[in-house]
Design a protein. Structure first.
Length: 226
């Protein structure tokens, strides 16, 4: 199954809103860190329901927001969730971004980058579209140090890239982006039940759940275009 087919089915089932609810716990902290100024242009890769662009319009008054998704149904759903003419949604491939050179101030991606077929080339594409000084805020929960995430590949038909922290930094640099920051953002909002309730359907021990959400959480790597 292709990424398009996989996520079209998710959109048809309404799972885009479920992803928004889960990702928002840490995505909002990533968005708050972005040095976005009024009137700037932002591209959201793997936009899903488009929640990031809607938030940036409200909090930072971005001038234009473009949400790109490989699944037409995802993009169609996202467009239906807003009537803001400053936000548009595109269907496209991470390997050939339908955006002009040096035309974007910031790129954001939450829980989507690891679906890229050729992640280094995707980084090169991001470098291409960013203006000098533009930033790429890349947030992922699926990465090597987060061992609880490793089993996710078994539940999805799309091949996913699982890099460690150092590999993210190296790839950003190889693509021509300066690495300005790398950090993990813990999920402080998800409820972790008391130890006596474990094992649960998803977790054998409370310690494992604490490790996943409080210790590792979301990996954020920030690249800056020279």
């Amino acid at each position: 199954m292709s990424a398009r087919e996989e996520f079209d089915s998710w959109a048809a089932e309404g799972r885009d809103k479920g992803m928004e609810d889960r990702h928002w716990h840490t995505a909002k902290h990533v968005l708050a860190r972005m040095p976005v100024e009024a009137g700037e242009t932002v591209v959201d890769l793997g936009t899903g329901s488009g929640y990031a662009l809607r938030a940036l319009r409200e909090t930072a008054d971005i001038g234009r927001g473009y949400g790109l998704d490989g699944a037409p149904e995802m993009a169609r759903n996202a467009a239906s969730y807003t009537d803001d003419d400053a936000i548009g949604f595109l269907v496209g491939d991470f390997d050939a971004l339908p955006v002009a050179d040096n035309s974007v101030d910031h790129v954001f991606s939450m829980e989507a980058f690891y679906y890229a077929r050729d992640p280094l080339h995707t980084l090169e594409e991001i470098r291409r579209i960013l203006r000098p000084g533009g930033t790429f805020y890349c947030a992922v929960n699926y990465y090597e140090e987060n061992e609880a995430s490793h089993a996710w590949q078994d539940n999805i038909a799309i091949e996913m890239t699982r890099w460690n922290r150092a590999e993210y930094r190296e790839a950003f640099r190889d693509a021509g982006l300066h690495v300005a920051e790398q950090d993990t953002i813990a999920d402080r909002e998800i409820d972790i039940p008391p130890a006596e309730t474990f094992p649960t359907e998803d977790w054998e021990t409370r310690a494992a759940m604490v490790d996943r959400y409080r210790t590792w959480g979301t990996l954020l790597t920030v690249g800056v275009a020279p």
